[in-house]
Design a protein around this ligand. Structure first.
Ligand code: FE2
Ligand code: FE2
Length: 266
C-alpha cells in the first residue's frame, strides 16, 4: 500500500495547488491513501468547514491539524461531526475534536492517523508520548497501519517520538516547521520517519508569509499584516510504502512538486 502524507497546506495558494496537483499525482504514483496536515489552510492559520470539504474533494482521505487547529472556530462543528479529521491528541481531554481518524485505503485496508504536538518552543501541552500510547490503545485492532503526524518545532522532539513508536506504527512524519528535511529513513521495526515533510504552499515566502512584511517587521519591530504569499506554489510530502498485512513500512521517499513538475505530470 502506498500512502502520501502532505505537509502543512498554507492558504489559498496551498489549497489551490493541492487541488490541481493531487488527482494527477494519485494516478501517477498509484496512491492508495492520502493524508494532509491542514492547520494553515484558512489564510495561513486554521481550517474552515468549506476548506475541509475542498481538501477532502481533492482526494485527501484523512486530515490532521496542529497548534493552529482552533484559529477559525467554525471548524469546531467539522471536528465534532466529521470522522476523517482529528485535532492534536495531546490536547486537554475536553478540547473539541477526535484523537485519531480512520479511513479505508483503496483496497479497503483501514489506515489510522493522528497528530501530537511537540513541547519544545511551543505552548505547553500534555505529554505526546503518553498521548500516543493512549491513542494506539484506543485504535487497537481498528487499524494495523497507523501514521503519526509529529507536529513539533524541535528536531529532537521528532526523533524521540520516532524512536518511542518504532515498530509500533507505520510512520512518524514531521510537520509544523514548513521546511523539509533530508533525513527520511525506515527505522527498525518498519517505521518510516522524517523530521519534516515541508509545507504545501507558496515557497517565495517566509514559511508561507509575504517576505516584505515579515522582513520589515523583523528589522524595524513595526507590526504589519503577515499575509500569505502567492508565488512558487509547491506540494511537499512523503510517500510511504506499507505492507498492509503487517503495517510495517518498507520505504519512504520525499516529494516536492512545483508548477513545472505539475505541468510535466499533466
Ligand atoms: Fe503549520
Ligand atoms: Fe504548526
Amino acid at each position: 500500500m502506498r500512502i502520501l502524507f502532505i505537509g502543512d497546506v498554507v492558504g489559498p495558494p496551498g489549497v489551490t495547488f493541492l487541488r490541481q496537483a493531487l488527482p494527477p499525482l494519485i494516478a501517477r504514483e498509484g496512491l492508495d491513501l492520502v493524508i494532509a496536515n491542514a492547520e494553515n489552510a484558512a489564510n495561513g492559520s486554521g481550517l474552515t468547514p468549506s476548506l475541509y470539504r475542498k481538501i477532502r474533494e481533492a482526494g485527501v482521505d484523512l486530515v490532521t491539524l496542529g497548534d493552529h487547529v482552533y484559529k477559525k472556530q467554525d471548524v469546531i462543528r467539522t471536528l465534532e461531526s466529521e470522522d476523517r479529521v482529528c485535532r492534536p491528541a495531546n490536547f486537554p481531554p475536553d478540547a473539541p475534536g477526535r484523537d485519531f481518524a480512520i479511513a479505508p485505503a483503496r483496497d479497503g485496508t483501514p489506515v489510522a492517523a493522528f497528530c501530537v504536538l511537540g513541547r519544545t518552543f511551543m505552548r505547553p501541552v500534555d505529554c505526546p508520548f503518553r498521548a500516543a500510547d493512549r491513542v494506539l490503545q484506543a485504535i487497537g485492532d481498528g487499524a494495523r497501519c497507523v501514521v503519526v503526524d509529529v507536529h513539533a518545532e524541535a528536531t529532537a522532539d521528532k526523533y524521540l517520538l520516532g524512536h518511542y513508536l518504532k515498530g509500533r506504527v507505520s510512520a512518524v512524519l514531521g510537520t509544523h516547521t514548513h521546511v523539509p528535511t533530508a533525513d527520511e529513513q525506515v527505522l527498525p521495526g518498519g517505521t518510516a520517519f522524517i523530521c519534516d515533510v515541508g509545507m504545501t504552499g507558496p515557497y517565495d515566502s517566509i514559511l508561507g508569509r509575504r517576505i516584505d512584511r515579515v522582513l520589515s517587521t523583523t528589522v524595524t519591530f513595526v507590526p504589519s499584516a503577515f499575509d500569505v504569499a502567492t508565488d512558487d506554489p509547491r506540494l511537499a510530502g512523503a510517500i510511504v510504502d506499507v505492507d498492509s498485512a503487517t503495517g510495517r513500512a518498507t520505504a519512504i521517499r520525499r516529494i516536492m512538486l512545483d508548477e513545472k513538475g505539475l505541468a510535466a505530470l499533466a
